[in-house]
Write a protein that binds this ligand. Structure first.
Ligand code: SAM
Ligand code: SF4
Length: 330
């Protein structure tokens, strides 16, 4: 029997983004403050709890799970967790978003564990700039990670690039060229106003329309109706069929009408919308009902009816949500 999760507006929810850690080896300027306080261990879901929740969501109709964070690959036991989740009957695909720093070591074990596709963040091809944006990151390590991912045999690899004026807007074309050479996809993302990161986001805000115009000045672009089940709109390059270009534009092109997803923070808060604070405390329910899933399923179905119609991010890009992206299951 297959169950379906539907929200109060008739949208079918079949995609869960699960944060498996709030910690990270990087401190990207758009995602975190320089000095972060992370959650105490007892507030973080155990691997068993993450697995139980994944099982429960798939039983309720979730078909795609993305593991994210923080940096998912620094959570001890991540490969085993992937293996368990990937094997859940009814799940169509387990995918992941990573900063790439651990992929040299883990790409192949992740493919073997059943992870189908990998999104890897890459905001610059200049080592010094890369370090300035990530505050800690080593570009060469990430580039080797991307190559390891390509060799490991994922069904798809996509680069994610948050474009900021004055930081990496001038790298849009080189980053696209790199994706073309690697024969992988690339998505350009508008910065979202999540968390107080210690600088004004409005100054560096760069819209997807500006990025697209820059690319169109060099490449013949073809519209594409393709949909990867996420918020990106895609275009193809007339001369490079192996690379798709995605645009995620939460500020300038609201994509809420087709929203099919919910997010879970690593303390088990089910966020009904990335841009709103309303949430369901799944950790409390898990620990109150260690052997009985039904009360959790009931609460989940009720919460879904409260899922908001849309978020209210605006192109001014000022903070509206105090939660950092690493807490949100980005
Ligand atoms: N650590 C992994 C990584 O960087 O890919 C996974 C977690 S990260 C929070 C997920 C994605 O969110 C990354 O592609 C990152 O670039 C993006 N991101 C983080 N903060 C953002 C923000 N304020 N606006 C837009 N995208 C953001
Ligand atoms: Fe870490 Fe990813 Fe956030 Fe960068 S975007 S600080 S890599 S969680």
């Amino acid at each position: 029997m297959s169950t379906v999760m539907q929200d109060g507006f008739g949208r079918q929810i079949d995609y869960l983004r699960m944060s498996v850690t709030d910690r990270c080896d990087f401190r990207c300027v758009y995602c975190m403050a320089k000095h972060m306080t992370f959650l105490p261990r007892q507030q973080v879901l155990t691997l068993e709890e993450l697995q139980r929740l994944a099982t429960l969501f798939v039983g309720q109709g979730v078909r795609k799970i993305r593991l994210t964070g923080g940096e998912p690959l620094i959570r001890p036991g991540i490969v085993e967790l992937c293996r368990h989740i990937a094997a859940l009957p009814g799940l169509r695909e387990l995918v992941m978003t990573s900063n790439g720093s651990q992929l040299q070591r883990l790409a192949r074990p992740l493919v073997d564990a059943g992870v189908k596709r990998m999104n890897i963040s890459l905001d610059s091809l200049d080592g010094e700039r890369f370090r300035a944006i990530t505050r800690n990151g080593d570009l060469d390590q990430v580039l080797c990670g991307i190559e390891a991912a390509r060799d490991a045999g994922f069904e798809g690899i996509k680069l994610n690039c948050v474009v900021m004026k004055g930081r990496n807007f001038d790298e849009v074309l080189p980053l696209l060229q790199y994706a073309i050479e690697q024969r992988i996809d690339i998505t350009f993302i508008e910065e979202m106003p999540l968390g107080e990161v210690g600088r004004s986001r409005g100054e560096s805000f760069c819209s997807s329309d500006e990025v697209r115009a820059l690319i169109a000045s060099r490449h013949a672009l073809l519209d594409s109706a393709e949909n990867s089940g996420g918020p990106a709109r895609y275009m193809r390059l007339a001369r490079h069929p192996d690379t798709r270009i995605g645009f995620i534009s939460p500020n300038s092109h609201n994509f809420c009408a087709s929203c099919n997803r919910v997010r879970m923070t690593v303390e088990g808060r089910l966020l009904l919308c990335l841009g709103q604070e309303d949430s369901l405390d799944l950790r409390g329910l898990l620990r109150r009902y260690p052997l009985d899933d039904q009360p959790i399923i009931n609460a989940l179905q009720q919460a879904l009816r409260r899922k908001p119609l849309r978020h209210d991010f605006s192109a001014q890009g000022e903070v509206q949500i105090l939660r950092f992206m690493n807490m949100s299951g980005g």
